[in-house]
Design a protein around this ligand. Structure first.
Ligand SMILES: *Cc1c(COP(=O)(O)O)cnc(C)c1O
Length: 420
């Protein structure tokens, strides 16, 4: 796969290089020069998840990796189930949170770790910003991997206690840094590391800007449509923050997966819904919400979506609907779902509400379940007046000590904490 830098189309790289560098010069995102189009979708959809994913990934990466390496990476990374659960007559939840850290980020992080692990013999430092769930997925995927140090920045006090426990209690090669700022400031600090030529580190970002993560996420869109089995026009609602997940969905559509349209469902951080309405890109200050993993006002992946719509000659308004769901509507959605017998975390509930607002009568809706409700136990229990059980992954860390360092939102302070 050849990729180019969106900000400088003359800068072309292989997938390997894009994965290792993360981002191109001038902070430009890498973008695939072309995507394969599958006209044998029916057959692909009849295949099981693992062999299907290996086959699609094989198409994408066959110039650079052997079939067996790709098969192994997919087998090791995607070793947990995906469940499609019917919630209403024409509405289904695609549960992507049955991996080790209980959020869909496990797909991308585990695949990236598997691919990088097959490559790097040099010492690598992974530097990543997280709005809550990437941190845990990356930390677990890279924990104890030789020659790899991991630095994770997150907004202090803005992620749930259990989210924090899942990745800030590991120690070893995992260094966690709480920044006095919001997610966008963490993201800005990571960008500064990449721009700093004086850093004597071989750094990589495992953020959702990393193309390896986006490619991994394509695979569960195929699985969702496969499990749904020909039920008509499919619309997928994606709870969106940094827009990596939606980018992957649109890639799947470009590759021939029959999805009629997507819904970008955001919380109060509504830069994209406003933009799609009035054509003005105007990020505001990030607002803290109960769907904290989506508290992003400058979504990093958006340029990829614009680029893809140009490449595919799509009119964005035809294939992408968008809606911002406020805090009250999020709670309302959770309560509605509870009445239907389904417990959802706030992020997944926003995607459900997106369907309730944008799904047409002749369509079937899938909303992505991006996190396990237990990851947000306090919020969920309080809103639903319930007491949900903790899965073992969380129970095991609930009493552990947080090992993070707290720093001001300032690059020099971060630099002091980078591992050498
Ligand atoms: C990261 C995350 C999102 C947002 O995904 P993006 O790819 O950043 O748009 C939504 N829900 C949960 C639970 C997340 O962890």
């Amino acid at each position: 796969m050849i990729l180019y830098n969106i900000k400088d189309k003359n800068e072309k790289v292989s997938f390997k290089e894009a994965m290792i560098r993360g981002i191109g010069s001038n902070n430009g995102l890498f973008f695939p020069e072309s995507l394969p189009f599958f006209d044998n979708i029916e057959n692909l959809l009849k295949t099981d998840f693992i062999p299907r994913s290996a086959s699609i990934m094989g198409h994408l990466l066959k110039d650079e990796f052997s079939e067996s390496l790709i098969n192994n990476a997919i087998n090791n990374a995607f070793n947990f189930p995906i469940k499609l659960v019917q919630v209403e007559e024409n509405i289904f939840a695609l549960e992507l949170f049955h991996g080790p850290t209980l959020a869909f980020k496990d797909f991308g992080a585990r695949f990236m770790a598997a691919m990088l692990g097959s490559e790097s013999k040099e010492k690598t430092t992974i530097i990543t910003a997280t709005s809550g769930d990437t941190g845990a997925a990356v930390a677990h995927a890279f924990y104890n991997i030789p020659n790899t140090q991991v630095v994770i920045l997150y907004p202090h006090g803005r992620i749930s206690e259990l989210q924090e426990k899942l990745f800030c209690t590991l120690g070893g090669n995992i260094h966690t840094i709480a920044v006095e700022g919001d997610f966008d400031s963490c993201q800005a600090l990571v960008k500064q590391c990449f721009a700093d030529t004086s850093l004597k580190l071989n750094i990589n970002s495992a953020n959702s800007i990393n193309i390896s993560r986006v490619l991994a996420q394509i695979m569960y869109y195929f699985e969702g449509v496969a499990q749904l089995k020909n039920k008509g026009k499919v619309v997928v609602s994606v709870p969106s923050g940094n827009f990596g997940n939606l980018t992957a969905g649109l890639f799947a559509k470009a590759m021939g997966l029959p999805i009629e349209a997507f819904i970008a469902s955001t919380n109060n951080n509504d830069t994209v819904p406003r933009y799609l309405n009035n054509g003005i890109w105007q990020p505001k200050n990030t607002i803290a919400t109960i769907s904290n993993a989506m508290d992003v006002s400058e979504p990093n992946n958006w340029p990829r979506i614009e680029e893809l719509s140009k490449q595919q000659k799509w009119s964005l308004n035809e294939i992408l609907r968008s809606v911002a769901i406020d805090e009250n509507q999020t709670k309302e959605a959770m309560i509605k779902l509870q009445k239907l017998g389904y417990i959802a975390d706030p992020h997944s509930a926003i995607a459900y509400m997106g369907l309730k607002k944008c799904l047409k009568e002749d369509e079937v809706g899938i909303f992505l379940g991006t996190a396990h409700p237990a990851k947000f136990k306090n919020t969920v229990d309080q809103i639903l007046a319930t007491n949900i059980e903790l899965p073992t992954a969380i129970e095991m860390v609930a009493d552990k000590k947080i090992l993070s360092k707290l720093i001001p939102n300032d690059y020099q302070s971060l630099k002091k904490h980078l591992p050498y």
